[in-house]
Design a protein around this ligand. Structure first.
Ligand SMILES: O=P(O)(O)O[C@H]1O[C@H](CO)[C@@H](O)[C@H]1O
Ligand SMILES: O=c1cc[nH]c(=O)[nH]1
Length: 254
């Protein structure tokens, strides 16, 4: 890679234009939450932490989880920022990526406080369509996904299996009312296509990771349930369990 940034690839001395870090700063294994505050929340669960700070929505730390090197990097909300994070992480040496985040279930059987490890992500994200083609499912790495389900079970936590739907929209695209009362009806279509949950990034993570040759899977805490209208007000425990499940899955495999 050139030392001098070019318009085509604006890295400087190997440092990417968006993530707050450079060569040698990223571990092969990466957890990708959406919210930068979740990087801070999980920080005390790692040892030997190097904090590279934050640029825009991208906060990044690298440390050790039970002795193994691990990076946690936030990717923001939605496809565009998530694609940026994944591509820059891949340039910096990431090999396995797990999206850790939240979703709402579309079926009553998947209760708030439980987890979903999708086999695949469908939906209507622009980045997903760009990388995978409109209408195609993006598949998780089967071994990594099964490792996450096994790890959850070992920890006594319930991890469901199924398809998740991702969308670029939190309000209209997820059938939430706008201030003038306008409501859409996209969730039935996702459920009819086989999805059991909805959120905003899994289709992006799985399709971009596949194109980059990264092993990737998603581990989603169930923050809401659209069938029962239940909403988890405090999801700190769920978020911290995401790190325990993911860490166990990543490092048991080796
Ligand atoms: O919990 P995170 O990873 O932020 O994910 C979910 O929450 C955000 C919306 O509030 C979207 O990014 C959605 O996918
Ligand atoms: O309902 C929800 C919950 C989390 N994330 C979403 O995108 N939607």
């Amino acid at each position: 890679m050139a030392d001098k940034p070019t318009a085509r690839l604006p890295f400087k001395d190997g440092r990417p234009p968006h993530l707050p870090c450079g060569p040698g700063d990223v571990a092969a294994d990466v957890l990708l939450p959406g919210d930068p505050d979740r990087v801070a929340l999980l920080r005390d669960m790692l040892s030997d932490v190097q904090d590279f700070g934050r640029k825009r929505e991208f906060a990044l730390i690298t440390g050790r989880y039970k002795g193994q090197p691990l990076t946690i990097c936030s990717g923001g909300i939605g496809g565009p920022s998530t694609e940026i994070a994944l591509v820059e992480l891949a340039y910096l040496g990431a090999r396995r990526v797990i999206r850790i985040g939240g979703m709402s279930a579309l079926v009553p059987q998947i209760a708030t406080g439980s987890y979903l490890v999708p086999d695949a992500a469908i939906g209507m994200t622009g980045v997903g369509a760009l990388y995978t083609g409109q209408g195609f499912a993006a598949e998780a790495d089967a071994d990594l996904a099964q490792g996450l389900r096994d790890a959850a079970q070992d920890l006594g936590l319930t991890a469901h299996r199924g398809t998740v739907a991702s969308t670029d929209s939190y309000y209209l695209g997820q059938d939430r009312p706008l201030p003038d009362g306008t409501e859409a009806a996209f969730l039935d279509g996702f459920a009819q296509a086989g999805a059991v949950g909805v959120e905003m990034e899994s289709q992006v993570v799985l399709s971009v990771a596949r194109a980059l040759g990264l092993q990737a899977a998603c581990l989603l805490g169930v923050h809401g349930n659209r069938a029962t209208n239940d909403w988890l007000v405090d999801y700190e425990t769920t978020q911290r369990n995401l790190l325990h499940i993911a860490g166990r899955a990543l490092f048991r495999q080796q």
